[in-house]
Each structure stands twice: as C-alpha cells, then as structure tokens.
Design a protein around this ligand. Sequence first.
Ligand SMILES: Nc1nc2c(ncn2[C@@H]2O[C@H](COP(=O)(O)OP(=O)(O)OP(=O)(O)O)[C@@H](O)[C@H]2O)c(=O)[nH]1
Ligand SMILES: [Mg+2]
Length: 260
Amino acid sequence: MVVQVEPRIRYSSKRMETNQPKVEANILLLGAENVGKSALTVRFLTRRFIGEYGSIESIYSHHDKIDGRDICFNIWDSLYPQNAEEVGHISDRQLQWSDGFILVYSICDRASFNVVRQQVQRIRQAQQKLSSSAPLIIVGNKRDLQHRRAVSSEEGRLLALSADCGFFEISAAEAYHGVLMVFHELLDLIREARALKKGTAGFRGIVRSGNWIKGADLIRAEETAEREQRRLDPPSPHKKVLDSSTSHSSREETRKSVLP
Ligand SMILES: Nc1nc2c(ncn2[C@@H]2O[C@H](COP(=O)(O)OP(=O)(O)OP(=O)(O)O)[C@@H](O)[C@H]2O)c(=O)[nH]1
Ligand SMILES: [Mg+2]
C-alpha cells in the first residue's frame, strides 16, 4: 500500500506526447544512513530487493520509455556524510547537479525523519538563493515494519505539505510498484518545473491547486480504473502506463561508478 501527498500546484500529466525529444533527469537520493536509499534505487533499476547493499555511493544511468518518449534517469544514490558539520548537510555540488530530490527516512527511525526535515530546509533555503525550483519527494520507507513504527504517516504528510513536497510511504522490501510511483511522480514534477520555467505550461491548465491528499484507496481505485481502461482500449505508445510490465519494456541500465 502506498500513501501519497501531492504538492500544491500540478499540471496534467496525462497529456498526449508525440515525437518529443529525449528527457534527462538528474535525481538525488538523500537521507540518513540505513534508511533504504540503495534499496529504493536498486528496486527501481532491477525490480529486485536484494537485502544488503553495502555503503557505496554511486550514480546510475537508467534508460526508459514513458508515453513513447525516451527518458534517461541519472540517479545519484548518496551516502550521508559521517563528518557532516550540521545535521542534514548537502553539498553545493549535489544541489547544483540535481533536477529533483528523493528524501528518504525510515518510519522506524525518528532520527532519520529529523535528518530529512533538516535536508528539506537546507534545499529550500538554497533554492531561494539560486531561484531554483527542483521538486522534492519525501519517502517514508520500511512500511512493512509497522510494529516498529516511530514516525506516523500523519507527521510525514504534514512535513510534506508544509514544505510543498510530494510524499509516499512505501516498502522497498515488499513491493516494486510504490518505488516506481515515486520515480515517475518525480519525473512528472521535474518536467512540470521545467515547463513552468520556460513559461510554456500556461495553456496546459492548472488542474489542481491547494493542498490535497491522495489516499491509498483513491490511488487503488484510479489504478483499477486505468487497468480496466487499458484492457478495453490497449495503450497507444503515447499513453502513460504505470503498469511496470509495459512501462519498463525498453530498460537498459549502466552503472557509472565514478562520481562527477
Ligand atoms: N524491512 C525493510 N528493510 C529494508 C527496507 N529497505 C531497506 N531495508 C533494509 O535496510 C538496510 C539498509 O538499506 P540500504 O538500502 O543499504 O540503506 P541506505 O540508506 O542506502 O544506507 P547507507 O548507504 O549506508 O546510507 C538493509 O538491511 C536493507 O535490507 C524496507 O522497505 N523494509
Ligand atoms: Mg546506500
């Protein structure tokens, strides 16, 4: 099950797209140690949960096709610095490199939630100075460990709402779909931010404004409706399909072991 909050202003992501140029998105995963940053990354790249990942910092390139458009995700799976002078430290290099951020905490680890809170603040402050609007998604991971929960869903949601971030609670260990939704949602937000920056988004229409929460039941209902629609009307290459079995048909991954 996935809990999701969407940020304040959204443009329709269901628009039809044809012969569009390739999209490249640099995505930085942040968060404290041991929260599942690598598990999320590897789940997205391979659909698998392998259990132990080691403490290695890597950037991966992942090619995909969504809505008939070629997408290149560059994913920086970061390490939380051991000797950071301040909680929530993020380097200027990371801030400049990123088109979007995934901030991960473990629902069983309150300290990791505080790190995300600090990192959100740090990013928002830096963005004010740089006039940047790279979107953020907060992820509460390890949702399968309910008996060890230390951070409520509500707290996660409230933090996301207060900082205008997306929010998901997921289990990288249990399911691929939630992880896929996180990356696809961030890609949508990155594209919207770019369109806004270019000033070309105006006529696509703001479809939602004001804070609102999308609950798991609503998400499930929408997914069921989408599946039914696809059954009746098989997807054209231009239609966005969240079903992982089709959306990742042209996947290819290359690991870049050297950081920029
Ligand atoms: N139960 C459960 N365990 C998880 C989940 N995601 C990750 N883990 C476990 O949590 C531990 C840490 O996962 P990593 O992905 O290495 O965490 P990380 O944030 O990359 O850690 P560092 O790279 O050391 O900062 C591993 O033992 C994973 O198997 C999850 O959703 N549920
Ligand atoms: Mg890691």
